[in-house]
Design a protein around this ligand. Sequence first.
Ligand SMILES: C[S@@+](CC[C@H](N)C(=O)[O-])C[C@H]1O[C@@H](n2cnc3c(N)ncnc32)[C@H](O)[C@@H]1O
Length: 301
Amino acid sequence: MTGTILYGAPAPGLVEVPAGATQVSPLIPGSQDLAAMADASVERAVVLAPGGVLERDHVLAHALRVLKPGAPLLAFAPKDKGGGRLKKALEAFGASVGEDARRHHRFSHTVRPQAPTGLAEAVAAGAPRLSPGLGAWTQPGVFSWDRVDPGSARLIQLLPALSGRGADLGCGLGLLAQRALASPAVTALIGIDIDRRAVECARRNLDDPRVALAWADVRQVPAGGDLDFVVMNPPFHDGGVEDRTLGVAFVTKAAAMLRRGGACWLVANRHLPYEQTLSTAFGSFAVRDDAQGYKVIEARR
Ligand SMILES: C[S@@+](CC[C@H](N)C(=O)[O-])C[C@H]1O[C@@H](n2cnc3c(N)ncnc32)[C@H](O)[C@@H]1O
């Protein structure tokens, strides 16, 4: 039996969260998996709802599923990231919803109905699946879950045959890692991502004894300075807000993970200013491709 579940990391003071609430967001390493929790086992749910419709409804349906009948649910989101659509989304599950607004967010208050409708359908619509288009396992909410990101596609095209031990930082579904592993000279590869759903998909997509995966924040992982290569398409959003320091932290961590002479292949949107960090953290770097808004960079430690 669980007291309160919390999905996401609301800004301090935005909502009241009881001490000891169980975190269930897949974007917070170490959190519990909401999908694995028992039906009608939770006393209260506080959900910072994600913006994507399939992902949002999947999360709300699971939250209603795990709540005891009559137990309260508070779901909220920024007004410009789907907050205005939450009430309707909950009403579609048969809930009666009260609404208020403050600090640029909309808040929907409800309780778990005795007989909610459409939960199984929403759970299924947002669940992991094998995508024929991608040829890979994926799940709504994971980065670029329904198409190959154009930047990643470019790096996949340009990546030379790599060798030795390497890492895919922010591995997502594992598509860059898959390309790196096509080289038989690669002996080991660690994929790291902060999104548990991505790591679980990557586990299925990279069924290879050379692979290890970690659900972790790249900024927190130790760097041994002994890898031969790193591949990455660094994130530049944190919680939906552009955060260039995140990409800069990835570049710095990649350099710290590499041995002297090791190579980092990365792709970035052209507007992202990584050059300063690359020149400080690496011995040399060169732009290998600059087209359609993306630059592919090879940096040598
Ligand atoms: C631009 S996507 C690239 C995904 C994948 N490599 C690809 O090319 O399709 C960046 C990835 O970094 C992950 N990420 C974001 N912040 C992270 C962090 N602090 N630590 C680890 N991974 C992170 C995201 O979940 C996302 O999967």
